[in-house]
Ligand binder design. Structure first.
Ligand SMILES: C[S@@+](CC[C@H](N)C(=O)[O-])C[C@H]1O[C@@H](n2cnc3c(N)ncnc32)[C@H](O)[C@@H]1O
Length: 884
């Protein structure tokens, strides 16, 4: 069985609908007549055809097409029909005499060879009523047909399969030689319509009016129903007795050979029937004739009420039907057809026993299932976490975010150095608070109570020593600065909240700083020497530089006390002293150990700025290890703790090292196998690799870079010269004690101003133009979309053409034309070309004219002469611009 055809929604738009559209028919029903005509050849020989209920005119179009030229075609409908060549149409009700007169006037004394009827009243919810009207309409059309048909003529009508169907066929048979019912392929399967073709009209001299009178033709029906339910047939009676309001559509009419209206249902049938409700719905009475049935009457379950109900089913209500169904069930149990409730319980118990046996297996299966589910869930979660981590790392690599922003797990090994910074920043606020507290305490007491944060200072007896005014002033200045820093931080915080971009920038900056000063931070945080930790080595939020300075200050402070804390190890100045004055003296094992550890750790990188890296990469420093460079001269105080540590390390290998007191550098041979040297180089390599990659990917994208490259290529400058150009007298200035806001501003605005040459700018512009000339992604996408749509249109057109090709009822020429039309449509862009709008200048005869000017066809716009000139000029300019 094929799929049921849909009559609603898109199901309506089937093959015939599309074909009708393509071939210009007004209704898909046109194909029904085409197919009927193909089967019975009714139109080709007809000289006069009347189409009753013809709107919108599909059948008229077919008639006009297939009937010989000069034939007469008359169409009638309740609604007006748009004109069709050589067809006369009326608007009239076919059941009225007015319609009859109109046709008579048109035909004069002519007779029609064919009368067509495709009428259908609006089929609404009251289908049975509608069906009756349809039958009536058919009879009315037959009345007109017998009046206007010539002998031997043909009457084609649409009939719905209903109780009236046979009556109608009987009448047709009385008036026509041949009566055939057929359903053309274009008629939807879901539709109950059938077409009856009545040929060879007998044209009797006298026709009994009863043949055409609905009261007589459908007599059986009207007598068997009650007056309110006009047209209700047995179909209604078969409706579900429990839902009488729902009328079922039975389009099959009567069951074959069963035309009786009073139905008796045998009790045995009712009891053994599988669908008792339908049986009750179709019957008037339940009878007890057989011996067995009579025995049932004697049973106690067959109460008097049941017996009374069986007498007349048509008067029963819902409750009565329920009682009958209950009685049926009880009787079935009695007869052993159905299991009794107790038996069912026993059966259930048995089943339960069996279930207990299987319980264990079920539990284990359930457990397995749960385990599998849990495993799958864990796997899913792990995968998701990994994805998030990968994405975050990628973002970090792209410098889109910093670990601080994304709050990665603290124990995440992928973060490495960044983790310590998080702790540092975490304590930032607290430190600020502490410093404020300190200030408050100082202001209140008038002395230098540094609170808990300066325990060490107190230990060293500083709190007892009176401060001279100079020191006091310095401290106040320092406090003021701290406060300013705090305010600046608050300002930054506000900015961060307001500006997402600033946030990103800030994160990047911090990231960069971390990269640059990671070694020192790491040392500070990794170092377990109590003094450094306790002092809040992480206090500074401005990166390694400030911390370095703080550390140095502390070092110099603690050098004053007598090394009370052994765990601290040698301070920087002590170390330096030992390096320079007490060479050869053993460094304490603890310190050595600590230094070794911090050197081995990747975080213990030398604290050198990027500028310093570049500086020391000059030829003159060739053969030196950066971390072993000891700037002893005026910059002694600027040295990082780690470089000092490396000195000590170098001292350990004092046999191979030599000191150049004059130059201020300790020169250590390059082949010295220090791990950190490799690390340093590796880092630099990484950086240059990164730069090279960026250049490879994006090219040189600033005029300065292009210019420098050009200078290098043209040998206008050497590499060394370029490096030297990167320095000025401020390059290596100490950033000591500089407030963070100043450093921030410096980072923002202190940029080298490299003069750019004309050539460099021209080269960059040329590159940019080449880039601009490439189609942008959206344009490329739009082009691809256009191409795709064109291909789709073509494919659709080819399918349509195939459909036309397989249509049987078209000549080859018509097919060729239709295919040509379809293909042309498919190949076109689908957009209608814009119609030209004519410009009419409002001067001369056209001046002040209202309405269409004479001799102007199509769309037009009235313009004054200036407007026209302006438009022309605009077009000219556009054209010129395009040419350029
Ligand atoms: C299915 S359409 C006919 C389609 C037509 N054969 C065609 O191919 O275009 C049924 C038509 O019957 C018309 N109709 C229904 N009752 C009518 C009546 N009493 N008199 C005239 N037309 C009627 C409706 O107006 C409707 O247009």
């Amino acid at each position: 069985m094929g799929k049921a055809q849909k009559k609603t929604g898109k199901g309506r738009l089937d093959k015939y609908y599309k074909l009708a559209k393509e071939q210009g028919y007004r209704a898909r029903s046109a194909f029904k007549l085409i197919q009927l005509n193909k089967k019975y050849s009714i139109l080709e020989s007809s000289r006069c055809t009347i189409d009753l209920c013809a709107a919108p005119g599909g059948w008229l179009q077919v008639a006009s097409k297939y009937m010989p030229a000069n034939s007469v075609i008359v169409g009638v409908d309740l609604v007006p029909i748009r004109p069709i060549p050589r067809v006369v149409t009326f608007t009239s009700d076919i059941t009225t005499t007015q319609c009859r007169n109109l046709i008579r006037n048109e035909l004069k004394d002519w007779k029609a060879d064919v009368v067509l009827h495709d009428g259908a009243p609006n089929v609404g919810t009251a289908w049975i009523q509608d069906a009756y009207s349809q039958s009536e309409l058919v009879l009315m059309s037959l009345k007109l047909a017998v009046e206007f048909l010539a002998k031997g003529g043909t009457f084609v009508t649409k009939v719905f399969r209903s109780v009236d169907y046979n009556n109608l066929i009987w009448v047709f048979n009385q008036l026509f030689g041949k009566v055939e019912a057929t359903k053309p392929p274009s008629s939807r399967n879901v539709s109950a319509e059938i077409f009856v073709v009545c040929r060879e009209f007998l044209a009797p001299k006298h026709i009994d009016p009863k043949f055409l009178d609905p009261k007589h033709v459908f007599k059986d029906l009207s007598s068997s129903i009650n007056p309110e339910d006009k047209g209700v047939s047995m179909d209604k009676a078969q409706a579900n007795v429990f839902h009488p309001e729902k009328k079922r559509r039975h389009r099959d009419g009567y069951a074959d050979g069963d035309y009786t209206l009073f139905k008796i249902l045998e009790a045995s049938t009712f009891i053994r029937e599988h669908d008792p409700i339908a049986a009750l719905g179709g019957a008037n009475k339940i009878s007890f004739h057989s011996e067995e049935e009579k025995e049932w009457l004697a049973l106690h379950i067959t109460t008097e009420e049941v017996k009374a109900n069986c007498e007349d089913l048509k008067v029963l209500g819902k409750g009565d039907f329920k009682a009958l169904i209950k009685w049926r069930l009880a009787l079935r149990e009695e007869l052993g057809i159905d299991l009794k409730a107790k038996d069912i319980e026993d059966a259930i118990e048995q089943v339960e026993v069996v279930e207990v046996v299987d319980e264990e297996q079920e539990i284990s299966e359930e457990l397995e299932r749960l385990n599998a589910e849990a495993a799958a869930r864990t796997k899913r979660e792990r995968r998701r976490a990994n994805e998030i981590k990968t994405r975050t790392i990628q973002r970090m690599q792209l410098q889109m975010t910093a670990p601080l922003d994304i709050g990665l797990e603290q124990s995440d090994p992928t973060l490495g150095l960044g983790q310590d910074d998080m702790f540092e920043l975490g304590t930032k606020e607290e430190d600020l608070r502490k410093s404020r507290k300190t200030k408050l305490a100082m202001d209140a007491d008038g002395d230098e109570d540094f609170g808990e944060s300066s325990d060490e200072d107190m230990e060293s007896g500083e709190e007892d020593s009176p401060l001279d005014s100079e020191e006091e002033r310095e401290r106040k200045v320092a406090d003021l600065e701290t406060e300013m820093d705090g305010m600046y931080e608050a300002y930054q915080e506000r900015m961060r909240e307001r500006d997402a971009k600033y946030k990103v920038k800030e994160a990047r900056r911090k990231n960069k700083e971390r990269e640059e000063w990671g070694g020192i931070k790491a040392k500070g945080s990794n170092d377990d020497s109590g003094a450094e930790d306790g002092e809040g080595f992480d206090n500074g939020e401005d990166g390694g530089w400030d911390k370095l300075q703080e550390a140095k200050l502390r070092d110099s402070d603690s050098s004053d006390d007598d090394g009370s804390d052994e765990e601290v190890g040698p301070t920087a100045s002590e170390k330096k002293k030992r390096t320079r004055e007490e060479k050869g003296i053993d460094v304490g094992p603890k310190a050595k150990k600590r230094l070794k550890v911090s050197f081995d750790e990747p975080s213990a990188k030398p604290a050198t700025s990027a500028a310093a890296k570049v500086w020391f990469s000059q030829d003159v420093f060739g053969g030196l290890k950066l971390d072993e460079v000891d700037d002893e001269g005026e910059d002694t105080e600027d040295e990082g703790a780690l470089s000092e540590e490396s000195e000590i390390e170098a001292d350990e290998d004092s046999e191979t090292s030599e000191t150049d007191e004059d130059s201020g550098f300790e020169v250590v041979p390059q082949d010295n196998n220090d791990d950190d040297v490799d690390m340093w180089d590796g880092d630099e390599e990484d950086q240059s690799e990164r730069v090279q990659k960026r250049v490879r990917d994006f090219g040189l994208n600033t005029p300065e870079a292009v210019m420098i490259a050009q200078q290098l290529i043209n040998r206008e400058k050497t590499k060394t010269q370029l490096i030297n150009d990167g320095f000025n007298r401020y390059s290596l200035n100490s950033k000591d004690d500089l407030p963070s806001w100043f450093l921030d501003d410096e980072a923002k605005f202190y940029k080298p101003n490299i003069p750019v040459t004309k050539e460099a700018m021209a080269a960059l512009r040329a590159k940019q133009r080449a880039l601009d000339a490439r189609p942008i992604k959206k344009v490329a996408e739009a082009k691809a979309r256009k191409k795709f749509k064109a291909a789709q249109r073509l494919e659709k057109a080819m399918k349509k053409a195939e459909g036309v090709n397989t249509t049987a009822d078209m000549s080859e020429k018509e097919k060729a034309q239709a295919i040509d039309k379809v293909m042309r449509k498919g190949l076109s862009s689908g957009k209608k070309p814009k119609k030209d709008i004519k410009l009419v200048v409002a001067k001369g005869a056209h001046k002040g004219l209202k309405g269409r000017p004479k001799g102007v066809k199509g769309r037009y716009v009235m313009v004054d002469s200036r407007m026209k000139k302006e438009l022309k000029a605009k077009k000219r300019k556009e054209k010129a611009a395009k040419k350029r």
